[in-house]
Design a protein around this ligand. Structure first.
Ligand code: PHE
Length: 345
C-alpha cells in the first residue's frame, strides 16, 4: 500500500500541472482526493490492516494528501491570476481616446466674460454674491429709494409676474437688488461684485435685449469717497480692456446713488477719434455708478454717519462686445456658430 501511495503522490504534480483551467484542476482534485479519488480508495483498505500497519499507512496517507493539496493550491492561485488577467484584458475600455471628427463645444462668450470679470474683481479684493432673478418690489425698487408711482420707475421697463398682489413680484430689472440683499445679510466692510441676468420689457435692437446681464459692484466702508470709486473703476478698466482704454465719469441721476454718474470708456472702435458706434463722441457708455444714497443705507439699517460707499452696475454683454469690438448685442443671443466659434474658451 505504501508503494501505491508513493506512486500516486509522485504522479500528482504532473497531473496537476497539466490542468490549464480552474475547471480542469477541479477534475484532477476530485480524481485524487475526492470521495472516489485514488487516495480515498486506498484509505478504505486501512480496515484490513493491524494496528501498526494502520498507523504507518494512515500517516503516509496524511502526508501524501497534504502534499497533493499543497500542489493543487499553488496551481489554483496561478490559474486564477491568469484568468483574472484575461478578464481584465477582455473588458478593457480605452477612455483616453479623443475623436477629432466630432466638434466639441466651448463656454459661451457671456460665460467667458462673467468668469473674466469675476477674476478681475477678485484680484482687486472683491467677493462675489448672487441673488434671485424673480424679485419683490421691495428689493428691486422700494429699498433702492424708488417708491411706488415715483417717476424714476419709468427708467425700468418692468416685467411683472402674476404672483401675489398685482405688481409686487417681478423679473428683476437690474442687479441692484442684490446690493440690498448683501447689505442686509453681511455687516460692513463690504467689497462685493454681483453678476447676473436681468429682464426688461424692451424690443431687441443693436443695443438692447429684453434679457441681458449686468455686473453690480458695492463697496461699503468707513470714509469711502467719490475719488475711491473713480480710482477703482479706472483700475478695473485697464485690467479688463488693457492699458490704452481709459474711463470717465459723467454726471447723471439714479435714485439709489447721490451723486450719480455714467461710466464711459474710450471708444474701442475708433480709439477716441469719433465714429458711428460712439455717435462721434469718442466715448462708449457702459453703465451707471455713484455714492450709495443715505436713504438706501437707512433702509438696510446702516448708520450713514459711520458707513459710506459706492455702487456701480455695468452691462456685462456690452463689456464683452466692446472688448471684442462687436457692435450688435443681438449677435450674443442668436446662437450662430460662425459668431460663437470666434471665441474659443
Ligand atoms: N441699476 C442701474 C441700472 O440698471 C445701474 C446702477 C447701479 C447705477 C449701481 C448706479 C449704481 O441702470
Amino acid at each position: 500500500m505504501i508503494d501505491d501511495i508513493t506512486r500516486i503522490s509522485d504522479a500528482a504534480p504532473a497531473l496537476v500541472l497539466a490542468a490549464t483551467t480552474i475547471d480542469q484542476l477541479r477534475g484532477v482534485e476530485s480524481d485524487l482526493l475526492g470521495k472516489r479519488g485514488s487516495l480515498t480508495e486506498l484509505k478504505k483498505g486501512l480496515g484490513a490492516l493491524d494496528a501498526d500497519g494502520r498507523r504507518e499507512v494512515g500517516a503516509a496517507l496524511n502526508v501524501a494528501r497534504a502534499s497533493i493539496e499543497q500542489v493543487i493550491e499553488t496551481r489554483r492561485l496561478e490559474l486564477e491570476s491568469v484568468e483574472r488577467a484575461a478578464t481584465i484584458a477582455a473588458e478593457r475600455l480605452d477612455l483616453t481616446e479623443i475623436t477629432t471628427s466630432r466638434p466639441r463645444g466651448t463656454t459661451h462668450l457671456v460665460t467667458q466674460t462673467w468668469d473674466r470679470l469675476v477674476d478681475v474683481f477678485v484680484g482687486m479684493g472683491f467677493t462675489v454674491a448672487e441673488g434671485p432673478e424673480v424679485e419683490t418690489d421691495w428689493y428691486n425698487f422700494e429699498a433702492l429709494n424708488i417708491p411706488a408711482a415715483h417717476p424714476a420707475r419709468g427708467m425700468w421697463d418692468t416685467l411683472y409676474v402674476d404672483l401675489g398682489d398685482p405688481e409686487t413680484v417681478l423679473l428683476r430689472t437690474h442687479t441692484s437688488p442684490v446690493q440690498i440683499r448683501v447689505m442686509t445679510e453681511t455687516p460692513p466692510p463690504i467689497y462685493a461684485v454681483m453678476p447676473g441676468r436681468v429682464y426688461r420689457r424692451d424690443t431687441a435692437d443693436a443695443t438692447h435685449m429684453p434679457v441681458f446681464h449686468q455686473i453690480e459692484g458695492l463697496v461699503i466702508d468707513r470714509a469711502i469717497s467719490f475719488a475711491d470709486m473713480a480710482g477703482t473703476l479706472e483700475s478695473f478698466t485697464s485690467a479688463y480692456f488693457g492699458g490704452s482704454i481709459h474711463s470717465r465719469l459723467r454726471p447723471s441721476y439714479f435714485p439709489f446713488t447721490e451723486p450719480s454718474a455714467e461710466y464711459d470708456i474710450n471708444c474701442v472702435f475708433c480709439e477716441g477719434k469719433g465714429c458711428r458706434t460712439c455717435s462721434q463722441t469718442g466715448w462708449l457708455e457702459l453703465g451707471g455708478c455713484g455714492m450709495v444714497h443715505p436713504n438706501v443705507l437707512r433702509n438696510v439699517g446702516l448708520d450713514g454717519e459711520e458707513w459710506t460707499g459706492f455702487a456701480f452696475g455695468f452691462g456685462l454683454d456690452r463689456l464683452a462686445l466692446m472688448r471684442h469690438g462687436v457692435d450688435d448685442i443681438r449677435e450674443m443671443y442668436t446662437g450662430d456658430l460662425r459668431f460663437l466659434e470666434q471665441f474659443p474658451s
